[in-house]
Design a protein around this ligand. Structure first.
Ligand SMILES: [Zn+2]
Length: 118
């Protein structure tokens, strides 16, 4: 179902709502220092029908996390990142290939394994 009737003047508040949704669904506080995330700390790297990839950046301790959110099953996974990749670079990487549900499960499994190792 598409919402083509929504025009661009609502775009910013829609984005804000989305960011708030992801903060609520994935992480409200920084893992490292406990600072609450605000919408300014969160970037949507990719948002498809099946999944979303969200970048969290703590305004206090500067620690960064990449989260995947699988919409059909409502599961999220978050992993710290230590690279200097910018949001744009991460986005380019994420958009390289069209993502299938298998890819998402692979990514989820990989992230989960990565989190367990920490
Ligand atoms: Zn922090």
């Amino acid at each position: 179902m598409e919402k083509r009737t929504l025009n661009s003047k609502n775009k910013e508040s829609l984005l804000d709502d989305k960011l708030k949704f992801y903060i609520d669904a994935i992480a409200r506080f920084c893992d490292r220092c406990g600072t609450p995330y605000s919408t300014a700390d969160v970037n949507i790297v990719q948002d498809s029908g099946m999944s979303a990839i969200i970048h969290f950046s703590c305004s206090n301790c500067k620690s960064r996390h990449i989260a995947t959110f699988l919409k059909p099953i409502g599961v999220s996974s978050r992993t710290p990142i230590n690279t200097d990749l910018s949001i744009t670079e991460i986005s380019q990487f994420a958009n390289k290939a069209s993502i299938t549900s298998d890819d998402i499960l692979d990514l989820y499994t990989t992230l989960k394994a990565g989190v367990k190792k920490l």
